[in-house]
Design a protein around this ligand. Structure first.
Ligand code: SF4
Length: 394
């Protein structure tokens, strides 16, 4: 039996609106937004970035998940994995009885037509979709339109004989799904993480190199049977939607120069294509935090969002370039005025830091959050900042 797919919600938006507001809304955040994104109390000033928190894709995915639970109260409801990269939101869905296939890989083999499966905002691999389809599950597809746009571009590259060079994180669900779309349409792909990896590939484009060493370096990041001598002759650039825009632009230029050096300017148009697939929500949040850092006398930055959230990590990267920056996954990380748990930019583990908040004098804190962070967490962080900074000094 082919699966039934819902792509535009389940007509229960109004029925779940109250629950969503209760779970994720913050009155203090609304007040601060209305007050020029600034909050002053005692010796503390907080400036919010003008764009932060839930993006359109996440908003829609979470809304559909709540609608699904409401529409199918008696059927087993599953998510293929995290719906978005925010532990707070995922735990809420677990508490509503939604099971995660990623928590129990065996569960996949037991799914049948009674199962309702929610596909997350960053999409799923072609193989996963085919499996669910074969099992006749009811599918609630929340794949974000901006991710579909990336897939459209890699499909075009594949059909035109171009290898997709994907600026992305090979371990990220979105990039894994995007890569399978390139292959599904007969194409090839190579994932490059950053400009260091891009430089290595560009060098190969210009002068060739050791194919085995190339294969070893990108073993997990290229399509099966990838041959750099053959598959780098025609390339098309795409991005994971949540990468750092400045780095993606730089990588695009690096490849463009390498292809021109190798094949000459006359052949560039037929050898190289590029479409910016960073989503507007990611771009807006990056622009807003850059503006905040330029326009306000920020002493330190707090960035709130899951440690596995790509767009949040990139916001923290931008901030850390000019200010002491604390990327926290949750307001509980603000343990006291002296102690904070956070993950430094570029590191894998959370650490504990002392004396993070200046003990005396006025302090100005900049605050932003990733596209998968609900406002209630931002509000809770502001309440803690207020409590820790104490009353005005005499
Ligand atoms: S970050 Fe961008 S691509 Fe991802 S869900 Fe949000 S809007 Fe969509």
């Amino acid at each position: 039996m082919p699966s039934l797919i819902f792509r535009k919600g389940l007509d229960l938006k109004n029925a779940v609106a109250g629950m969503l507001a209760e779970s994720y809304h913050s009155a203090i955040v609304d007040r601060i937004k209305a007050d020029d994104f600034t909050y002053r109390t005692g010796r503390l000033t907080v400036h919010l970035a003008r764009e932060f928190g839930f993006c359109y894709g996440v908003d829609r995915a979470v809304d559909y998940a709540y609608q699904t639970r409401e529409r199918f109260p008696d059927r087993p409801v599953y998510l293929t994995g995290e719906i978005i990269h925010n532990p707070h939101v995922n735990d809420k869905l677990r508490a509503m009885g939604i099971r995660f296939l990623s928590d129990d890989p065996e569960a996949m083999s037991q799914l049948g037509p009674d199962a309702v499966v929610i596909l997350p905002a960053f999409g799923v691999t072609v193989a996963m979709l085919q499996q669910l389809d074969r099992r006749g599950c009811t599918l609630i597809d929340t794949t974000c339109g901006s991710v579909l746009n990336v897939w459209k571009n890699v499909r075009r590259y594949a059909e035109g004989g171009y290898t997709s060079i994907i600026h992305g994180k090979v371990w990220h669900e979105e990039t894994q799904a995007t890569a399978t779309h390139a292959v599904a349409y007969g194409g090839r792909y190579l994932v490059v993480l950053d400009n260091g990896e891009a430089a290595f590939v560009c060098e190969y484009v210009r002068r060739g190199g050791n194919r085995d060493a190339f294969g070893e370096r990108f073993a997990r990041a290229m399509s099966p049977g990838f041959d750099p001598d053959r598959d780098l002759q025609h390339i098309g650039l795409a991005n994971q939607t949540t990468m750092l825009m400045s780095e993606s632009l730089e990588i695009g230029e690096m490849f463009q120069h390498a292809m021109r050096d190798r094949y000459g300017a006359a052949q560039l148009a037929q050898r190289y294509q590029a479409f910016d697939t960073i989503c507007s929500a990611t771009q807006d949040r990056q622009d807003a935090v850059v503006a905040l850092l330029q326009q306000k006398p920020i002493d330190l930055m707090i960035v709130i969002g899951g440690y596995n959230s790509s767009n949040t990590c990139n916001l923290a990267r931008l901030c850390a370039a000019s200010r002491p920056t604390f990327h926290i996954s949750d307001p509980d990380c603000l343990e006291s005025a002296d102690r904070i748990r956070h993950r430094p930019v570029g590191q894998k583990a959370e650490i504990v830091a002392d004396a993070w908040l200046p003990a005396r004098g006025s302090v100005t804190v900049g605050l932003t959050s990733g596209a998968s962070t609900p406002d209630n967490l931002v509000g809770a962080a502001i309440a803690k900042l207020e409590a820790f900074s104490g009353p005005p000094e005499p």
